[in-house]
Design a protein around this ligand. Structure first.
Ligand SMILES: NC(=O)c1ccc[n+]([C@@H]2O[C@H](COP(=O)([O-])OP(=O)(O)OC[C@H]3O[C@@H](n4cnc5c(N)ncnc54)[C@H](O)[C@@H]3O)[C@@H](O)[C@H]2O)c1
Ligand SMILES: O=C(O)C[C@H](O)C(=O)O
Length: 213
């Protein structure tokens, strides 16, 4: 419907599995001849919200001031929070074990809620909050507000994968610039290598599904 009737819309995919639904949507747009890679996003803002919240608690910094880039995708180990780039820096030294635990908590946050709700849906309120944050950022970009930067899952060439979540500069055309990963800790480099294998297969599954249906 969007591909046919609103071909210029900015599309934020929330429905899971985001790692596959975004590639599926790209194929649908391609079939309709209306694919614009600058306007198709997979929502990963909730991962950023979780990473910020968990980091602020441990680092003893106010959550409203915290920013943590989250890269990769939106499921399990494909979610990679870059705590080494968190701002402001922690007020207490975080150990490697604490960073590992924060990373796992961020990766498992969504599943934790889905399991707790036992068949009654997912983290709906925090999803709505994150959706509103990201939609607001898109609108700011479309309205010409400069330097609107958010993490999101988009068509990308910053790794060998065709889609990847990273910091992106939003503007009048949707994605203005896909930003790089920056310096990674050894722990994050390990996470990146593992996540790429998993993400590759989820992206390929989506593309295969779209081509067969
Ligand atoms: N990207 C994110 O950060 C994020 C966060 C939370 C949830 N999600 C995803 O958002 C989606 C919705 O989550 P929820 O908690 O609201 O789920 P839910 O199970 O409470 O609601 C899903 C709704 O979709 C309806 N539905 C199912 N199949 C349909 C179809 N074929 N046509 C029309 N309607 C259909 C169901 O009747 C139900 O009302 C899920 O895919 C979930 O995984 C994404
Ligand atoms: O719906 C899910 O499986 C979890 C959701 O993506 C979330 O991050 O809360």
């Amino acid at each position: 419907m969007i591909a046919k009737y609103c071909p210029n819309a900015v599309v934020n995919m929330i429905s899971n599995p985001v790692n596959s639904t975004v590639p599926i949507a790209s194929e649908v747009f391609k079939k309709a001849g209306t694919y614009d890679e600058k306007k198709l996003f997979g929502m990963t803002t909730l991962d950023v919200v979780r990473a910020r919240t968990f980091f602020a608690g441990k680092a003893k910094v106010p959550v409203a001031d915290v920013n943590v880039p989250v890269v990769g995708g939106h499921a399990g180990i494909t979610i990679l929070p870059l705590f080494s780039q968190a701002t402001p820096a922690s007020n207490v030294a975080l150990s490697a074990d604490e960073i590992t635990a924060l990373t796992k908590r961020t990766q498992d946050g969504g599943t934790e809620v889905v399991e707790a709700k036992a068949g009654k849906g997912s983290a709906t309120l925090s999803m709505a909050y994150a959706g509103a944050l990201f939609a607001d950022a898109c609108l700011k970009g479309l309205n010409g507000v400069p330097d609107v930067v958010e993490c999101t899952f988009v068509q990308s060439s910053i790794t060998e994968l065709p889609f990847f979540a990273s910091k992106v500069r939003l503007g009048k055309n949707g994605v203005e610039e896909v930003l790089g990963l920056g310096a990674l800790s050894d722990f994050e480099k390990g996470g990146l290598e593992k996540l790429k294998l998993e993400l590759k297969s989820l992206i390929e599954k989506g593309i295969k599904f779209a081509k067969e249906n």
